[in-house]
Ligand binder design. Structure first.
Ligand SMILES: *[C@@H]1O[C@H](CO)[C@@H](O)[C@H](O)[C@H]1NC(C)=O
Ligand SMILES: *[C@@H]1O[C@H](CO)[C@@H](O)[C@H](O)[C@H]1NC(C)=O
Ligand SMILES: *[C@@H]1O[C@H](CO)[C@@H](O)[C@H](O)[C@H]1NC(C)=O
Ligand SMILES: *[C@@H]1O[C@H](CO)[C@@H](O)[C@H](O)[C@H]1NC(C)=O
Ligand SMILES: [Cu+2]
Length: 725
């Protein structure tokens, strides 16, 4: 291969298919380069010599994962376990004869009661794998008992839709059109060199004709001539419909021949190239935080995180990204650990584009159930994705043939201090009390970043010592743009609608939404006796003569009896708080203990409920839902999402209207973004973030962080402009 072509080929793999080259080699992850992380010669800080420093002892960095073994019932499958599963699946008669494809192999979590009653030091409950395999077009859901080697459950059929695409599916889809002479001819007719093509695998949604009875995919292409940012050079109007299993081209739609391909100018966003192309601006000096005595958190056996008053289990997941389990917070009065949440994760993402034309109508991505949100999470970049004091966790995933592979540095954990205030009070001179009491706010952040083709999602779980948990999603990466004949808005007729914003010559950023639906299995002081309470603020008028005031607000509590009582559409002028309480557990003064969901990122889907994508995405019809705990109801868009028809969504489950009062309940919250692109989003978007919170409400007897100490200069390293050893 020629040098240039070879580079293109490498780039092709890296950026389009999100496939790490070592993915299928079954190699341990390469050792991260740590020299830039812990260069103690440049920092005059006891931190560097501290025996307590997690980083200096960090076993993780030299670990190859072959020796991993499970320590906790929720620990993900190890390499050893995955290899055993592969062997067991291989021995299934019909699989070994005719072959199979594995779409998912993950730990089958033991039943919730089993996990909750397990204690450290005891034997682990039987380790099982949940396997989704396809053989002869039939989807099998298996439970494999790893110890006994037996398949203890096998299910076929069920709801509409296909399992998550494999990475192999995505790779073959982008290459397959090149086997078709008509496709090649079309590309050449557009004046594009076939060697410059970069194609994307696009899930087709479900519209009821071409999607029936076979797995299909749509492929659209870009040119990467003169830029690494090929997304800004779409071959507009060209869509290849492909059978994902036979790789046959079913149809080529080619409607954009009159639309020029945008120039490569100013599309490169890499530091090396932006330094050349724009004025040099050095706005900031280097910055980082110091932890002179090392970090305050520990990670036991790779997965059990303990920090300040918090403890939780953390694991990477190929579909959800990260899963946080058994979240407990310490009661400052009794010292006991108290349950808050059994499990929290991003259950689904829904990203509908708002252009009904032929080349765009189907773009309504479900990034978790179609592409695998965790599979698309790339290694985090130390110092920039996560600060210098971060700890990194790898993911161990499974390829389509059952081979385990390592996704290194997929998740990071770090303490964050942004100069914020935990609580404060100062007395004015009027009282004569010389009081200024202030406490700094330090938080613990768990982060991952998924790059689903062009888009990047940053998901943070942030824990505060006052008991609050914040789930934050940041959007960055590159827009999905549409080619256009226009180079300036003055060419656009007043009556013509562009479906987006002209961002640069010949490209339009198409309007779209992002919805991230979280599964929050709240267990306030244990799994049972939880209820969902809407605390509604209502305007109350005073009686004539009662008060100089005419009106005030009254808080009215409504306990949700059944699921439909908990289908919440947020309303600015009819506000409520949303509490999850334990009706069996009261505070000293008699309030039920609870946590509330504090909404944020409240964009709501306005699509018609009968619109095919909204049927599949019906879990976004409300911002909040509450369901009774059911271990089969984890994925808001259904177990099988690819080409699903919306018959297994959260909306369908919730409409059963089951009782949810005084039960084990699950809260679902959807963080929403409307995105009308603007020129600043070109050629890459500055991060946009939204978050929601779960916050204690009468859970503690009083402010739980009265006893945290203030910062003192004597505890901190000496900061000098050019400190050196
Ligand atoms: C640490 O930093 C010093 C000063 O910048 C540099 O000379 C040295 O090579 C660095 N050491 C490592 C291991 O990177
Ligand atoms: C299409 O072009 C590619 C790249 O040049 C080539 O490898 C392939 O054989 C062509 N396909 C056909 C059917 O000619
Ligand atoms: C709490 O839940 C348990 C188990 O579901 C039930 O037996 C008990 O009656 C409940 N307590 C109250 C006060 O409702
Ligand atoms: C649990 O969920 C599955 C899937 O939605 C459903 O078939 C089953 O009926 C549910 N069980 C209960 C008790 O609601
Ligand atoms: Cu967007």
């Amino acid at each position: 291969m020629e040098g240039k072509n070879f580079l293109r080929y490498i780039f092709f793999l890296m950026s389009i298919i999100l496939l790490l080259i070592f993915t299928f080699l079954n190699l341990p992850s390469p050792l991260p380069n740590t020299s830039h992380l812990f260069n103690c010669t440049t920092y005059n800080s006891p931190w560097c010599n501290s025996k307590r420093s997690l980083f200096l002892q960090q076993p993780k960095l030299t670990k190859n994962h072959y020796a991993d073994f499970p320590n906790h019932p929720l620990d993900p499958l190890t390499i050893d376990e995955i290899l055993k599963v592969k062997k067991i699946v291989n021995s299934i008669k019909e699989f070994s004869k005719n072959g199979y494809v594995l779409h998912s192999v993950v730990l089958e979590e033991p039943e919730k009661e089993v996990v909750l009653s397990w204690r450290k030091g005891r034997q682990l409950p039987p380790r099982k794998a949940s396997v989704v395999a396809r053989a002869f077009d039939v989807v099998h859901v298996l439970t494999v008992d790893i110890e006994t080697g037996r398949v203890t459950r096998r299910q076929t059929g069920g709801n509409s839709g296909y399992p998550i695409m494999t990475i192999e599916d995505m790779v073959t889809a982008t290459n397959a059109p090149l086997a078709n002479a008509d496709f090649n001819r079309t590309i050449v007719q557009r004046g594009v060199d076939l060697a410059d093509l970069a194609c994307l695998p696009i899930s087709p949604g479900w519209y009821g004709k071409v999607e029936e009875k076979r797995r299909v995919i749509k492929v659209q292409c870009y040119i990467m001539k003169d830029t690494i940012n090929f997304y800004m050079r779409p071959i507009e109007g060209l869509t290849v419909l492909l059978d994902l299993d036979t790789q046959q081209v079913i149809q080529i739609i080619d409607e954009g021949k009159n639309i020029p391909i945008a120039k490569a100018t100013n599309t490169d966003y890499r530091f090396s190239s932006t330094q050349k192309n724009t004025q040099k601006i050095n706005l900031l000096k280097p910055i980082s935080i110091e932890q002179p005595n090392g970090p305050s958190f520990t990670i036991e056996n790779n997965h059990l995180v303990k920090w300040a008053n918090w403890e939780f289990h953390l694991k990477p997941d190929p579909r959800a990204g990260v899963v946080i389990s058994q979240v407990m917070v310490q009661d400052p009065d009794t010292g006991k650990m108290r349950n808050v949440m059994y499990k929290g994760f991003t259950s689904e993402l829904f990203v509908p584009y708002m252009d009904p034309s032929d080349a765009w109508y189907f773009k309504t991505y479900m990034d978790a159930g179609e592409y695998g949100f965790g599979l698309q999470a790339m290694p985090l970049e130390p110092l920039n994705d996560c600060p210098r004091n971060a700890y990194y966790m790898d993911g161990v995933f499974v390829a389509a043939d059952g081979t385990p592979y390592v996704r290194s540095n997929m998740v990071c954990v770090f303490e964050s201090y942004a100069g914020d205030i935990g609580w404060r009070h100062a007395e004015s001179p009027i009282t004569g009390l010389p009081i200024r009491e202030v406490r700094p706010k330090v938080t613990l952040v768990v982060r991952m970043a998924a790059s689903v083709a062009n888009y990047d999602y940053i998901v943070d779980w942030e824990f505060q010592t006052d008991g609050l948990i914040r789930a934050k999603v940041g959007l960055s990466g590159i827009l999905m743009v549409k080619g256009s004949p226009y180079v300036n808005m003055n060419q656009v007729n007043q009556n013509e609608y562009l479906y987006g914003t002209l961002l640069s010559e010949n490209i339009i950023g198409v309007i779209h939404d992002h919805y991230v639906t979280f599964h929050l299995d709240m267990d306030i002081d244990g799994p049972s006796n939880n209820s969902f309470v809407k605390v509604n603020l209502q305007k109350e008028m005073t009686s004539p003569g009662e008060s100089p005031r005419k009106s005030y607000l009254k808080a009215v509590r409504n306990v949700a009896k059944t699921e439909k009582d908990s289908q919440i559409k947020l309303k600015l002028y009819d506000p409520s708080e949303f509490h999850v309480i334990n009706s069996n557990k009261k505070s000293r003064v008699g309030n039920p203990t609870g946590y509330k969901v504090v909404p944020g990122g409240t964009a709501a889907s306005l699509l018609d409920h009968g619109d095919p994508p909204q049927k599949r995405g019906a879990f976004t019809n409300n911002q909040i839902w509450v369901t009774p705990y059911n271990e089969s109801e984890q994925w808001a868009a259904g177990l099988f999402v690819y080409q699903s028809q919306g018959d297994d969504t959260l909306a369908v489950w919730s409409d059963r209207d089951r009782p949810i009062e005084n039960e084990d309940i699950v809260v679902w919250y959807t963080l929403g973004f409307h995105h009308i692109p603007c020129q600043e989003d070109f050629p890459i978007m500055p991060t946009v973030s939204s978050s929601f919170e779960i916050k204690p409400v009468n859970f503690f007897e009083s402010n739980p962080i009265l006893n945290i100490p203030p910062n003192s200069p004597k505890d901190l390293p000496i900061c000098k402009a050019s400190a050196s050893a």
